[in-house]
Design a binder for this molecule. Sequence first.
Ligand code: NAI
Length: 460
Amino acid sequence: MTEPSGSPVDLVVLGGGSGGYAAALRAAELGMTVVMIEKDKVGGTCLHRGCIPTKALLHSAETVEVIKESAQFGVNGTFESVDMGGVNKYKDKVVEGLFKGLTGLVKSRKIEVVQGHGRLVSPTAVEVEGRTIEARHVLLATGSVPRSIPGLEIDHARVINSDDALGMDTIPGSVVILGAGAIGCEFASVWRSFGAEVTIVEALPHLVPAEEESSSKLLERAFRKRGIKQELGARFEKVEHTDEGVRVHLEGGKTIDADLLLVAIGRGPVSKDLGYEQVGVEMQRGFVMVDAYCQTNIPTISAVGDLIPTLQLAHVGFGEGILVAERLAGLAVTPIDYDGVPRVTYSSPEVASVGLTRKAAEERGYEVVEATYDLAGNGKARILGTAGAVKVLASKDGPVIGVHMVGERVGELIAEAQLITNWEALPGEVAQLIHPHPTMSEAVGEAHLALAGKPLHSHA
Ligand code: NAI
């Protein structure tokens, strides 16, 4: 028996990750009464098992590189070792601090957080811990978990996923990483800096295969220089446990021995046994289907974040959550332009992009013109000792439609490229804007100068 329901709240949110909590915060700000149900910790994958802890690891990795390369800058330093206990302490402190802040924010907006495993029981109700919460609207935001392939069992010891990798208190001597998306490339980068022998196995012909091909190639070159081995266009066959670790078999007979296999072949939606099908929510391959306003086929139910088949990025979840809250509060909302969402892989070097790749643009019928600015010509990049490039794509005689970058810290440059692309600036208009010297951002300006036909520090 469940407790009788009280009077309905305006919004019940199932899942307190990036998408769910953004909706809850915005809805509360707009005067709605909100209950948020979370079985683990508010903040979800991004804060506890994703973006934040991995970027902390990447910063520790960067620190190793700075010490190892210090002589190049005339500073004598000696790298001794990585203390994983210390790395984890630092990482956990960052997460804990943000978690405290978020918990306080949720509380200050008077959002009721119910700890427990919720289940959708009707178009306007969620059941949790024997209590039925009635609401005018329900938001499904149950996120995603790492997935595997049939026959490849994650034992969480020798064959691991990204959740396991984040909790490790030792550095593997050698590791095979299956999948060269953001997760695979970021862990390859961290572990290589920490001293491991790393081999990436990717079924498609390139690292970060969804990116512009020239960006993939620059990352491949940089990773090769760092000693990260790459098996591209290679199909995984099976993994065998050995006395020392694992033996990974690729189709065609090649084998790779390592201490560990990290499976990073994507994340799948969390939607099973949550009552979604029973209530009649339309689903495909486990994803909840929504319209451009994140509304499901049932008008009182919306869904956001990794649970729906849009880009699985925390900032997309934030945007979708805000959109739903504003729509439910009766504000005029605009559908998200997913092409205009910036994407960053925080490996060393970083890969960042916004807008279309050349291939996607041509498939959509654009006549594409492009300019590439090599970071070798950029003063600040030379000072930092980073290689890479900024590539700008525009439609012929039209606006910029895509920007693709590789290099240290380019993730911080993508925000300008995002404005350029989303505001449909012409290359000549951007060329008119003076960039501060000496900064990496000048490379963005230089690429537009070149595309506008007046290159400064580059050849036409
Ligand atoms: P992903 O889908 O980005 O990449 C998986 C890769 O594995 C693909 O390149 C795919 O071709 C390859 N693959 C699949 N099956 C394979 C097989 N049997 N053998 C060899 N290769 C195979 O997924 P990933 O990296 O696991 O990340 C999951 C999600 O989380 C993605 O949407 C990603 O964008 C997001 N994420 C974003 C980050 C960021 O923005 N910096 C960081 C980490 C994750």
